[in-house]
Design a protein around this ligand. Structure first.
Ligand code: FAD
Ligand code: MG
Length: 306
């Protein structure tokens, strides 16, 4: 057993201090609850120079949005910030215990998991270093800035049909199948109806801003590229706590109800960790709900196990 220091007992521990976690913390801080935010500082959008689509913050650097949120949250006296990585989480007799990578241990009555996901890009040479600069996954976030120019979709599997059919609303689309996927006759007809050109020659590498170099030596200059990455949970914490997962189209997500409660009483999850296709606005909304919902259980108790 660890000795529990009084200063290490919080009402709520928020694991992950980006948009979702900060927003959850804001609700709890404004209820004067004792909150500990533990954050490893690896936001999913850290490779993007600008963030789009979040009202009042459109076009700002994503780090600035997060920094403003952190400053506003830490203005509340009941909030403590801890830099570091939560390595292990478990239920205890009175709540939850979390161990950090430096060995320190913290306890709380409730836990909010806002740890996000990690993107797995396909192994195309030159793709990774352009991620967030000229290679994207979200048309709403980065499509507008391509000025209706030439857009390349690099297939990762059947899910890329979605990009192939959507992106003609943002430019002239070439769908590079790259051996990852072969549309059937009906899908080819749908792509043709949307004006998407299909290219089957394999990709050798990406060069320049977004030039697609094919195995036959041809170079296709694009304004930007879209790829549908697989994702995985950024931490093992939800699994350690025994939370159930759902299979999303891109990867596993933590199962939550409309109050952002996981299947484990007292554990909530919000943001990309617990939704199939996230963005900053959704993370902030989910976080607000998780914060309010966790507070509700502090006031009125946890629901009886079914
Ligand atoms: P994240 O922002 O990913 O934050 C999770 C936090 O938890 C990180 O700080 C991480 O280090 C921390 N963490 C993880 N594990 C642990 C642990 N074990 N212990 C402690 N801390 C931990 N959305 C938009 O709305 N507009 C855009 O323009 C946009 N552009 C994007 C561009 C790119 C290239 C990418 C990849 C994404 C983009 N997004 C955009 C999506 C956006 O980044 C996510 O939806 C958003 O970051 C989700 O917020 P979150 O708080 O759930 O998770
Ligand atoms: Mg977060």
């Amino acid at each position: 057993m660890h000795t529990i220091e009084p200063s290490n007992i919080y009402d709520v521990m928020i694991l992950g201090g980006s948009y979702a976690g900060l927003s959850a913390g804001m609700q709890l801080a404004r209820a004067r609850r004792r909150v500990l935010v533990i954050d490893a500082g690896q936001r999913r959008n850290r490779h993007a120079s600008h963030s789009h689509g979040f009202l009042t913050q459109d076009g700002r650097p994503p780090a600035d949005i997060a920094a403003d949120g952190k400053r506003q949250l830490l203005a509340y006296p009941t909030v403590t910030w801890r830099e570091g990585r939560a390595e292990h989480a478990e239920a205890t007799a009175s709540g939850f215990g979390v161990t950090l990578d430096d060995g320190s241990v913290f306890h709380s009555q409730r836990v909010i998991l806002a740890t996000g996901v990690v993107d797995e890009l396909p192994p195309v040479e030159g793709l990774g270093e352009r991620w967030g600069a000229s290679v994207f996954h979200c048309p709403y976030c980065h499509g507008y800035e391509l000025d209706q120019g030439r857009i390349g979709v690099i297939a990762t599997g059947a899910l890329s049909m979605h990009h192939g059919l959507m992106l003609p609303d943002w430019g002239q689309v070439t769908f590079f199948l790259n051996g990852a996927f072969e549309p059937d006759a009906a899908q080819l007809a749908e792509l043709a109806r949307r004006g998407t050109r299909v290219e089957r020659t394999p990709i050798t590498r990406i060069a320049g801003v977004a030039d697609v170099v094919l195995a036959d030596g041809s170079v296709h200059a694009m304004a930007g590229l879209f790829v549908a990455p697989r994702t995985h949970q950024a931490s093992a914490l939800a699994g350690q706590l025994g939370c159930a997962f759902d299979d999303g189209p891109m990867g596993q997500i933590v199962r939550v109800d409309e109050m952002k409660a996981t299947t484990v009483p007292g554990v909530f999850s919000c943001g990309d960790a617990a939704r199939a296709a996230g963005n900053v606005a959704f993370a902030v909304a989910d976080g607000a709900m998780a914060g309010v919902a966790a507070h509700r259980t502090l006031m009125f108790g946890l629901p009886q196990a079914a």
